[in-house]
Write a protein that binds this ligand. Sequence first.
Ligand code: AMP
Ligand code: ZN
Length: 116
Amino acid sequence: MADCIFCKIVRGEISSRKVHEDEHVFAFHDIRPLAPVHILIVPKAHVASLYDCDQSHEAALGRMLAVAGRLAREQGATDGFRTIINTGRVGRQEVYHVHVHIIGGPDVLPGMIVRK
Ligand code: AMP
Ligand code: ZN
């Protein structure tokens, strides 16, 4: 996708702080980190959101989670982390190229969604 910011990062057209790359996925530091460790893992092939994923994306989606623990540990999240995939308007997705957030650090994270 020509105008997709994460596709541009994968292609090296926009700089990023890369932490991992293989045939299926690319991982880099989030530009506005919410915690000491905040990285994003994206499929190299553009797909807008989980709504658009099907069996053809299984290898990339699987790889995103398969490398998550190792990357989190390597970045310093050694005592736990949170994985988040925001989808669509309700999920407050901002960048429409599937990505999993890896968020962690030394401190316990806030509750995920506040119970009313
Ligand atoms: P989401 O709301 O799940 O779509 O989150 C998109 C994330 O992408 C946000 O946490 C942004 O800080 C992050 N982001 C946007 N542009 C860049 C960029 N050029 N490099 C790294 N992270 C980015
Ligand atoms: Zn893209």
